[in-house]
Design a protein around this ligand. Sequence first.
Ligand SMILES: N[C@@H](CCC(=O)N[C@@H](CS)C(=O)NCC(=O)O)C(=O)O
Length: 232
Amino acid sequence: MTSASPAAPLVLVSHALCPYVQRAAIVLAEKGVPFERRDIDLAHKPDWFLQVSPLGKTPVLLVHGQPVFESAVICEYLDETHAPALHPHDALQRAQHRSWMEFGSAVLNLIGGLYNAPDEAALQARADELTARFTQLESVLGDGPYFGGTAFTMVDAVFGPVFRYFDVLDDLGEFVRWPALPRVGAWRQALASRPSVVQAVRPDYPALLRRFLQARPSALARRVAGSAPAGA
Ligand SMILES: N[C@@H](CCC(=O)N[C@@H](CS)C(=O)NCC(=O)O)C(=O)O
């Protein structure tokens, strides 16, 4: 595809590994909204992409060709325009869910810090920070299965892609001490089997992620090189 001209009313301009893209794809799926996914290569950004993405980032949602950028904004737009609502009705609860979405973005930044850590000491420091963040989550989670209880919400759409990283990372080291986090673990499992979460990436996502991790000048890349993929 060489242009931004939309073939469908909604086009999600995407990158195969991007967790922010996954949020939007999950929200679209939860709402049963058909959309066209258009993957781009972020290492070679096409001109049409730079014209619709002022920050040069995925995701961008094209709505009848009109671009909306920033994943949180895309998700909010979709929640305002398509049922079922994925935010609580109560204004305070809704604000709190948005707060935890921001927390999810902070966790994604830590994961980036983990896979870019240049040496084992930095890797361990980032791993400890991640465990601390998941420990905070453990203390706010209820009986589940989802963040706010029985209903799947926007916070779940944010954390599905967060947990997905660990399906690959757990094979490379014990970065997060999951056994001490039973509620987080149960939440992770519930999200891993949610169809919208499963379908937000291509089947070759684990292999693509390993290749991405291995290509970085990092301590983790050396671990990828020395390990076999799960099931191999
Ligand atoms: N705050 C943005 C973050 C999006 C983002 O960081 N996307 C990454 C890919 S996951 C990107 O496009 N980076 C630009 C690049 O790699 O050049 C959002 O929530 O949409």
